[in-house]
Write a protein that binds this ligand. Structure first.
Ligand SMILES: [Zn+2]
Length: 427
């Protein structure tokens, strides 16, 4: 296939030849061989997003999301690789659990990675016997809630990660610093008051210090405060910001109610705008969604009972592309945040850029096609979105390793599942 006259992230107009799974050539005035020619004049051709933080819920919670619905949703939003986190049932903490999850992932429409979890019951020997993407998200906490681990187990995880040459992704909130007086309230904003910014900042500091002492690289998940981002950067660690922490704030909670409850929680708009500055100036390494769907029934309960998390994998790139189109972020910055830097940090050298030799993981976008985000038009199993009514620039099509896995205007927008584990494809 020859894609003619596409505008790349850098702003140059180029022809891009896709041959088999790879980008065979990027150039000017390429001669068409016996191949399909697609005119992309006036359109943007970008690398597909690599979202290193999703919760696709299977095994255990398929009523919230399945690998099929989650990866279709991702494909329709321009995401070509996702990384699934281990808090499924069973949790992905041993080799058998990885194998079980890989069985569900046979329904994947895009490529994926599987993170290995760390709990008191984990089995590093069988876990590292499987093709893991990374360890994470590791929840460093001294209290013994759900998947929280203490300092000695965290240290063991760091050592194992070093030995097996993978990154550790850390969920950094110190539960001992939560504001207990907020528990007396029952409005949705109480969640933000409870899990206050200091709890994140001190946990990021501690996670980074323990890693620095051992000379190990960690990746800090979903930083939600400017201080948390700066502490990670000062330690030479990478971090991600979610679309909800980039675009939403506590001020939205009166409207969102418990649908706006997630961890870490939404912050005040003054903090959010300083997070945005760090996303724009390059201090933040990447955007990742923490896509964490729940049914409306599960969310429509009191603030102290509502499960944490919001969907985001289908709307993240469309929201960022609107920012690029309106000049608030450059297209290059969006490319780096969503594709090039995640590929660099997580060792996917053949992905994340429109460049000769790379896998043809691509999205085509018509800059004039801004539409309103509507939950009922999305492909996730989650029937609501915190971005209802926002502007989104959705891709016309999404390609994974040379095959269009989503075509918006086709009678059958999706093909057959063909996703592969990125740790077993050849990079
Ligand atoms: Zn998460």
């Amino acid at each position: 296939m020859l894609i003619r006259n596409a505008t790349l992230a850098e702003g140059d107009t180029r022809d891009v030849r896709v041959s088999g799974e790879r980008i065979a050539a990027v150039g000017d005035g390429l001669d068409a061989d016996d191949e399909r020619v697609l005119d992309a004049t006036g359109k943007r051709l970008l690398p597909g997003m690599i979202d290193v933080h999703v919760h696709f819920r299977q095994p255990g919670f398929g009523h919230k999301e399945t690998w099929e619905t989650g990866t279709k949703s991702a494909a329709a939003g321009g995401v070509t690789t996702v990384v699934d986190q281990p808090n499924t049932e069973p949790p992905t903490v041993d080799g058998a659990a990885v194998d079980e999850k890989l069985g569900y992932a046979e329904q994947a429409h895009i490529d994926f990675g599987i993170n290995g979890g760390v709990t008191a019951d984990w089995e590093p020997a069988t876990l590292f016997d499987r093709p893991l993407f990374a360890l994470g998200e590791v929840f460093l906490a001294d209290s013994t809630g759900e998947m929280g681990i203490d300092t000695s187990l965290y240290a063991e995880a760091l050592e194992q990660a070093r030995e097996h040459d993978v990154t550790v992704t850390v969920h950094a909130e110190d539960e001992t610093l939560f504001n207990e007086s907020a528990r007396e309230r029952d409005d949705a904003d109480a969640w933000s008051a409870y899990r206050r910014p200091q709890a994140e900042q001190e946990a990021v500091r501690r996670a980074c210090e323990l890693a620095t002492e051992r000379d190990i690289q960690i990746h800090v998940a979903h930083t939600s405060t400017p201080e948390g981002i700066d502490i990670a950067a000062e330690h030479g660690m990478t971090c991600e910001v979610t679309p909800h922490h980039l675009f939403l704030s506590r001020e939205y909670l009166s409207e969102l109610g418990t649908h706006g409850v997630m961890n870490p929680p939404l912050r005040r708009d003054t903090l959010r705008s300083r997070v945005y500055e760090r996303v724009a100036d390059g201090t933040v390494d990447m955007i990742a969604t923490d896509h964490a769907p729940h049914t409306a029934e599960e969310k429509d309960v009191g603030v102290w009972d509502a499960p944490s998390g919001v969907p985001g994998v289908e709307t993240v790139l469309p929201l960022l592309l609107v920012e690029a189109e309106r000049g608030r972020l450059s297209y290059e910055r969006v490319r780096d945040l969503t594709a090039a830097t995640p590929a660099d940090v997580f060792d996917l050298p053949d992905r994340g850029r429109v460049r000769e030799g790379n896998y043809a993981d691509l999205v085509l976008v018509d800059p004039d096609a801004v539409t309103e985000i509507r939950a009922d038009a999305l492909h996730t199993n989650c029937p609501w979105t915190p971005f209802e009514g926002w502007d989104g620039l959705f891709p016309e099509w999404t390609m994974v390793r040379g095959e269009q896995v989503f075509e918006r205007d086709a009678d059958e927008p999706f093909g057959d599942p063909r996703g592969q584990n990125v740790r077993t494809t050849e990079e």
